[in-house]
Ligand binder design. Structure first.
Ligand code: SAH
Ligand code: SF4
Length: 336
């Protein structure tokens, strides 16, 4: 494990080529050129929260709100399976009116349809609800810390705290979810020191998945005039995570793709081993605008997934339909 000081030096070094080479070597030794594919169903953009960075925040009135029906979600899941994606992720804002049974029923229907792993990315909920969804068959849960810096976290996630988010991650691990977390890099005020510390803290946790992507300002939020996070910094963060967390699944995030035409390939070149294409129906995909450029690819879902698969092959990778689980890193949450 690197120290926070060593991480900081790698983030600030003049040249990152040796860092990327090292990260690729580690990735190749664990996963080869296989790239796991997760189909993301973004089924609702309703959100009770008001995170300052996110276009779905409740105070954004310039957004047409939508929520898919169970049948629409199931047909998106079918599409993901037909496109050869090995797992699905159900993602949404935190709908104030969400009935946990809606999610529970949907998970059970997916499991009847196919035995692929189901990942949830639905934000903060009570332990009973997480437990119920797990009993319905959910396998994995993604809950990003965004940052461990207490001041920044409280500033950008009004009413929320690092301790609260961490305690939920611990709950999820203890309920038997394969748990994922991650960061937004380059949030306004996030110094390299804060990022180094965040990468260190993430790497201490018993996670199966870690995602980092650059901050992208959304014009309809209070951070709309801020600068984007630096792509290179996010790639260095990805490489450092790979070096410190060898067997963990790390996506080449779509935020990279939103900032660079070949952002995902660059993420893979920095040691990532997962892609997460959207399989959200075309009719609502645009409204899931967490940040501009998300889901901007033209064409139908099968076309955009197939484009991505062609890109991966052209870059020397093998898009895989495997379930892509991560080796269990720890039976229980470490001291935090
Ligand atoms: N509501 C859930 C899941 C949906 S948001 C939650 O908040 O956990 C999914 C992720 O989008 C967040 O975890 C955050 O890391 C990312 N995100 C939101 N706004 C962003 C922005 N402007 N730039 C980059 N990533 C952003
Ligand atoms: Fe809602 Fe998640 Fe966006 Fe925060 S990041 S406003 S919880 S969708």
């Amino acid at each position: 494990m690197m120290t926070p000081q060593e991480i900081l030096e790698a983030l600030e070094a003049e040249n990152a080529q040796s860092l990327f080479v090292h990260a690729r070597l580690v990735r190749d030794s664990v996963f080869g050129k296989e790239v796991f594919q997760r189909g993301v169903v973004e089924f609702s953009n309703n959100c009770r929260k008001n995170c300052h960075y996110c276009g779905l925040r409740c105070s954004n009135a310039n957004l047409e709100r939508f929520a898919l029906t169970k049948d629409e979600i199931l047909s998106a899941v079918n599409m993901a399976v037909e496109c050869g994606l090995g797992t699905v992720v159900l993602q949404s804002g935190e709908d104030a009116d969400l009935d946990p049974r809606f999610i529970g029923d949907t998970i059970e229907c997916i499991k009847e349809l196919t035995d692929i792993p189901v990942t949830l990315c639905l934000g903060d909920h009570d332990r009973d609800i997480y437990k119920y969804w797990r009993a319905c068959g959910a396998d994995r849960y993604l809950l990003k810390m965004e940052t461990f810096d207490r001041e920044l976290h409280a500033r950008f996630r009004p009413g929320q705290s690092v301790a609260g988010r961490l305690s939920r991650l611990e709950m999820l691990c203890n309920l038997g979810y394969e748990t994922g977390s991650g960061l937004i890099t380059g949030l306004p005020g996030m110094t390299p020191e804060i990022l180094a510390h965040d990468l260190y803290r993430l790497s201490e946790l018993p996670l199966g998945m870690i995602a980092v992507g650059p901050f992208i300002p959304h014009p309809d939020t209070s951070l709309g005039r801020s600068r984007s996070g630096c792509v290179e910094e996010s790639l260095r963060a990805t490489a450092l995570l790979r070096i410190m967390n060898q067997g963990v699944n790390i996506p080449a995030t779509s935020a990279l793709d939103a900032l660079l035409p070949n952002g995902r390939e660059q993420g893979l070149e920095a040691g990532a081993n997962v892609v997460m294409p959207s399989v959200t129906p075309e009719s609502v995909r645009y409204e899931y605008s967490i940040y501009p450029g998300k889901n901007s690819s033209a064409g139908t879902v099968p076309e955009s997934v197939s484009n991505l698969q062609q890109r991966l092959k052209a870059a020397g990778y093998q898009p895989s339909s495997a379930r892509g689980g991560s080796p269990d890193r720890a039976a229980k949450f470490k001291d935090i």
